[in-house]
Design a protein around this ligand. Structure first.
Ligand code: 5GP
Length: 127
């Protein structure tokens, strides 16, 4: 499977430090920063540092270290933002990852949205 990665996408530029971002957490393989147009009181984007287009590209080709690091960052963000519905005050959150045309993906660098701080409503519009 050939994945074409556009290294001029906005998140590639953020990773290269060409445009600023509001970083929440960074690790060897992963960067998390606040969405520039937040859709909820908490809206954090988690991206791998590697050149992956979307979730299936990442899941199919990233190293175990990259995959594990990415998941750990999601956990740390949910904890750090007080979102975990674990009996300690967090009320939950939603993870979203859009891919391709039907997923209406805007930025072609893999990212997971972490949304919380309010009731996120039903998962998908039915119409
Ligand atoms: P997608 O539709 O690709 O899943 O989501 C892309 C997200 O990236 C959108 O929520 C949009 O607000 C966010 N975004 C686009 N450009 C920038 C930017 O320059 N900085 C930040 N922090 N977020 C951006």
């Amino acid at each position: 499977m050939a994945y074409a990665y556009d290294d001029q996408n906005i998140f590639a530029k953020i990773l290269r430090g060409e445009i600023p971002n509001d970083t929440v957490l960074e690790t060897e393989h992963t960067l998390a920063f606040r969405d520039i147009q937040p859709k909820a009181p908490v809206h954090v984007l988690v991206i791998p540092r590697g050149a992956y287009v979307n979730a299936d590209h990442f899941a199919n080709t990233a190293s175990d270290a990259e995959l594990a690091d990415f998941q750990r960052v999601i956990g740390r963000i949910c904890t750090g933002e007080g979102l975990c519905p674990d009996g300690e005050g967090g009320a939950g959150y939603r993870l979203i990852s859009n891919a391709g045309t039907h997923g209406v993906q805007e930025v072609p660098h893999y990212h997971v949205h972490i949304l919380g701080g309010r009731n996120m409503g039903r998962m998908v519009d039915s119409d």
